[in-house]
Write a protein that binds this ligand. Structure first.
Ligand code: TGC
Ligand code: FAD
Length: 389
């Protein structure tokens, strides 16, 4: 839609610095001019628009909030705004960038050796290398501690056996961050494309996140060199620490999809005439739906702004991330479903982005911890009782 502005109902923008506003505007312009025009076809054909990868890199979208090793080290609010603008285009596009930064660069940055950091981080930032994050397995999704993938110490390295499923960017990747149990303890490994015993396959037929490549990773007696273990990753808390990074970006990002749906629904309601030639927006039921969208987006904005401020101060806790991820994903999904309804039959066609956002948000509400899992994380923090098992 032309003349797009994100919602500013309670003057949220006044909380943003000039730099944050500038970053938001530059990513917004990029998404408007270069990303959105590719999405209808990418969604129809289930093909990721690979030609955009160098442009994402030029825009500084890979690992922008990490510092050192030539990385920009921008603030967390700026990073969240980047994710928001990307997801205004498509959740799959935001996924591509957030996996690269929060789930591939972050584990190397946080748990890697100096040699690994120097070798991989600059190339991942420049888009010369693309990565994926392999935690989920066919029988271990919400419960990653139940993973079956095993690493065994062999002469000069480690031998991996097992399968990962639902892995974003898997088939596009030059390296995979793979989590496997070594002597019963979760460890992280960097597996390079082309390593004998490592294969990938694309998962087709998704009705959600169709613009994103989702893959299976297979390891059969795959031997990687000693130097490819992440030396400072130890136990389940290491991959979960990466998820904390990614989830905070997602909590901000989904506001982009929600804003896009609200923007379309409002403009549509003002133009669409129904009974007696009056605009849909004249009717109270339609207004109630739009007001609910304004209400939820506005609450979500302040929630993620504060989350990112806690992150900038080094005080952000996983249960706070769970609250923001759970709340904003649910709000965005409900907004997309309501916007779809307001567009009537036009709501189901890809001339408008709403149905695509609605289907995407089903995934976003499931991955990086389902809504139930985040509810249980918060429940555990509030009551002191873990109810997962
Ligand atoms: P639990 O015993 O609670 O914890 C094990 C250890 O981890 C620590 N911990 C965390 N550390 C950092 N960040 C977090 N969010 C953490 N949550 C827990 C915890 O303190 C403990 O440490 P220690 O020192 O005592 O060992 O573990 P559990 O087995 O009971 O599981 C807890 C549960 C269910 C919350 C967790 O496993 C979970 O979050 N499950 C959801 C799995 C999930 O989110 N998977 C996401 C896969 S990646 C993905 O979806 C990418 S989408 C990519 C895209 O954007 O396209
Ligand atoms: P399950 O764990 O089987 O959950 C099924 C249902 O049971 C859910 O409703 C859940 O909330 C509920 N449930 C689970 N545990 C409990 C409980 N204790 N109490 C009550 N209810 C419970 N993973 C990666 O590692 N890397 C990726 O890049 C990645 N990308 C993804 C991309 C897409 C498009 C999708 C769809 C998924 C991706 N995932 C990725 C996997 C994702 O993280 C998992 O799908 C998610 O964690 C849920 O796991 P599951 O699908 O096995 O569901």
């Amino acid at each position: 839609m032309a003349n797009y502005e994100s919602l500013n109902y309670m003057d949220f923008d006044s909380l943003l610095t000039d730099e944050e506003l500038m970053i938001r505007q530059s990513v917004r312009d990029f998404v408007e001019k270069e990303v959105i025009p590719t999405l209808k076809e990418a969604h129809r054909s289930e093909e990721f628009p690979k030609h955009l990868i160098p442009r994402f890199a030029e825009m500084g979208l890979f690992g922008a909030n990490l510092s050192g090793y030539g990385l920009p080290g921008i603030g967390q609010v700026s990073y969240g705004l980047m994710m928001q603008e990307l997801e205004r285009g498509d959740s799959g596009v935001r996924s591509f960038c957030s996996v690269q930064g929060a789930l591939v660069m972050f584990p190397i940055w946080a748990y890697g050796s100096e040699k690994q950091k120097e070798r991989y981080l600059p190339k991942l930032h420049s888009g010369e290398l693309i990565g994926c994050f392999g935690l989920t397995e066919p029988d271990a999704g919400s419960n990653p501690g139940g993973m079956l993938t095993r690493a065994e110490k062999v002469e000069g390295g480690y031998k991996l056996n097992g399968n990962k499923m639902w892995i974003t960017n898997g088939c596009l990747s030059d390296i995979a961050i793979v989590w496997a149990k070594l002597d019963g303890r979760v460890k992280g490994f960097i597996v390079e494309k082309g390593t004998p015993g490592f294969t990938t396959s694309t998962m087709k037929g998704k009705f959600s996140l169709r613009v994103s490549v989702t893959s299976e990773l297979h390891f059969k007696d795959c031997v990687i060199p000693e130097e490819n273990i992440l030396p400072n990753a130890d136990g389940l808390k290491s991959p979960l620490g990466c998820l904390t990074q990614a989830r905070s970006g997602i909590a901000f990002g989904v506001l982009g999809a929600a804003n896009a749906c609200y923007d379309v629904a409002l403009k549509y309601a003002q133009q669409r005439t129904i009974f007696d030639g009056k605009a849909l927006s004249h009717y109270q039921l339609a207004q109630a739906k739009l007001v609910k969208m304004v209400q939820e987006i506005t609450k979500g904005q302040f929630l993620v702004w504060q989350l990112m401020k806690l992150k900038e101060r080094g005080e952000m806790q996983p249960h706070q991330v769970s609250l923001a991820k759970m709340n904003n994903c649910r709000a965005a999904l409900d907004i997309a479903r309501e916007a779809r309804d307001m567009l009537g039959a036009n709501g189901i066609i890809d001339e408008y982005p709403v149905i695509r956002h609605m289907m995407n948000l089903e995934t976003v509400n499931t991955y990086e911890g389902t809504e139930d899992i985040h509810r249980l994380v918060i429940g555990q923090q509030v009551t002191g009782e873990a109810a997962f098992r």
